[in-house]
Design a protein around this ligand. Sequence first.
Ligand code: SIN
Length: 283
Amino acid sequence: MGYEIIEAVPLIGALGAEIRGLDLAKPIDDATFAEIERAFLEYQAICFRGQKLTPDDQLAFAARFGEIDTYPFVQPLEGYEGIVPIVKEPETRINFGGGWHTDTSYMPQPPKATLLYGVDIPERGGDTMFSNTYAAYDDLSDGLKQLLDGRTAVFTASAVHGARGAYSHVKAGDVKRRQDESQAELRVEHPVFRTHPDTGRKAIYVGRFHVERLSGMRVDESAPLLSFLTSHAVKPEYTMRFQWEPGTVLIWDNRCVQHNALNDYPGQRREVHRVTIKGDTPF
Ligand code: SIN
């Protein structure tokens, strides 16, 4: 089915589309939003270029997709609990969001979508990679699908946000951490292959950084299978490399997409504002 109100221009073969002709600071009627939502489900990541949004505008647009979520590990923008500023200063080395993952998959109900607004974008670099994990699932052999279908894995934020995690030394001035040890050490079980509640399609849900092991197995026993799945999920043919501009809005579907913020802009500053939309329990 095509689009009658919006213009949706595919970005690349694997996933992604640019939606043209809309000013997101203005009210969007229900018929237009229904097409935006359809494009979001069809293309998995949709962008809108050249926007000029206040924090209230960003939250209002994000809220059309569902209830706004909060993020446990970073201080929100002052006065806006739902907006997390992701800032990397020119001298900073650590890169928030670097490494393939799907957002906060270690929570019992991870966010269904993430919406970023480009505020300060490096002249070169600072792209975000995205991978279509439906396509990655579809390409698995029937044997592997049968072996792991219905199985769960243990997800945790420990390796990233725990006391000795990768972000434990992030300094003030960039992404301002608010550490919650109880959340960082939480362990939850989610399916290895997740079924999308709206499309009914299956996608690989395990990622490299937030999964400890397959349920019922030791870490060393799980490692070869997890290593295969997490590498397979981000093979180049499933991916899209997204270039930001100031004023770009991008929303992606965490249920069928993994992403990876590239750290290739030393000496330059990057600031994007992140809003997540509440999701349900993966099944
Ligand atoms: C994230 O992982 O949510 C951040 C992605 C980015 O900064 O491009």
